[in-house]
Design a protein around this ligand. Structure first.
Ligand code: GLN
Length: 310
């Protein structure tokens, strides 16, 4: 052979062709099914069917059941089953979290809560509470990124609490604990955790009448993790704010996710409570209002052992 570059063997050309065909066909099918990012999802399904985490161009062999596995998962994604449930994991910050059907799937937009917290924290960040933890995403990321931190994660749903315990272990073995409790009631074990340095929360907040647009959300995420209670969806977020006031040390931060139309209403919750200063709204990377930020006052009228005000 005259060329200095080794020519690909016949089977490797065949493999490239199979991958190209698979990518084009899968992207086309997912696109027709209305999947928002068909080519990204097609690549993920192909990697899953090929049982690899490496870039597809580096593959030198495909498992025998590649096409069958790809077909099975493509049909599921065409039916708008969430990609994370099909893959069995969800990327969140530096972690690959476990997911399971019936438990709210962590979203990339929630990842920003960690940066907001770290930017605004004054003093130690050693004791962190994650309210409405769901899969445990925020708590697990805290454990992973802050190696000295301990996390208490609170969750009302049994299946979610079990999953959260596994994900907290993944984030930082032995440093996280899940408490199964309903924040709308009295929870002495949670109250006893005060004082803490930070409270993070992605609570349910969708208003009663709203219908989530994406079938992945509408048909797969549990209603309890979506709808916040009350006409305005803010019943659970209001309880989160009240618990944060009870739990935080003076100067400690609350970072709570909300819907893009709820910026003023969420600030209103913290203002009405009276225990917070530096009440602000942070936008996500697309410029939409998505997070309430509030610092626990040290001259708060109720003090940190005060009554839970709703
Ligand atoms: N963000 C959710 C959604 O995508 C709403 C509920 C929540 O995150 N707490 O619909």
């Amino acid at each position: 052979m005259s060329s200095l570059v080794p020519q690909p063997a016949a089977e490797s050309q065949d493999l490239r062709a199979r991958l190209r065909t698979a990518l084009a066909a899968t992207t086309e099918r997912l696109g027709s099914a209305g999947v928002p990012s068909p080519s990204v999802d097609a690549r993920a399904l192909i990697a899953h069917a090929a049982r690899t985490d490496r870039p597809l161009v580096l593959l030198d062999a495909l498992p025998e059941d590649f096409e069958a596995r790809l077909e099975e998962t493509t049909v599921r994604r065409e039916a708008r089953e969430p990609l994370q449930l099909i893959l069995g994991r969800a990327p969140f910050r530096r972690l690959e979290l476990r997911v399971r059907a019936g438990v709210f799937i962590p979203r990339p937009e929630t990842e920003l809560a960690l940066d907001l917290l770290r930017e605004r924290t004054d003093g130690p960040l050693a004791q962190v509470v994650d309210l409405c933890t769901g899969s445990g995403a925020l708590g697990a990321a805290v454990l992973d990124e802050l190696p000295a931190a301990r996390v208490l994660a609170v969750e009302v749903d049994e299946a979610a609490a079990e999953l959260a315990a596994q994900n907290l272990e993944l984030g930082g073995p032995g440093r996280g604990r899940v408490l199964r409790a309903d924040l709308l009631g009295e929870v002495p074990e949670l109250a006893a955790a005060a004082p803490v340095d930070a409270v993070l929360s992605n609570p349910p907040y969708i208003p009663a009448g709203a219908v989530p647009q994406d079938p992945e959300v509408r048909e797969h995420d549990p209603q309890r993790a979506l709808f916040g209670g009350g006409e305005d969806g803010l019943e659970v977020p209001r309880a989160v704010v009240a618990w944060a006031a009870r739990l935080l040390r003076p100067g400690g931060m609350l970072v709570m996710e909300h819907a893009d139309v709820q910026g003023a209403a969420a600030r209103g919750l913290a203002e009405a409570h009276g225990g917070f200063a530096e009440i602000a709204t942070a936008a996500d990377l697309t410029g939409r209002d998505r997070f309430l930020l509030a610092r626990r006052r040290d001259d708060a009228p109720e003090g940190r052992h005060g009554r839970l005000s709703r």
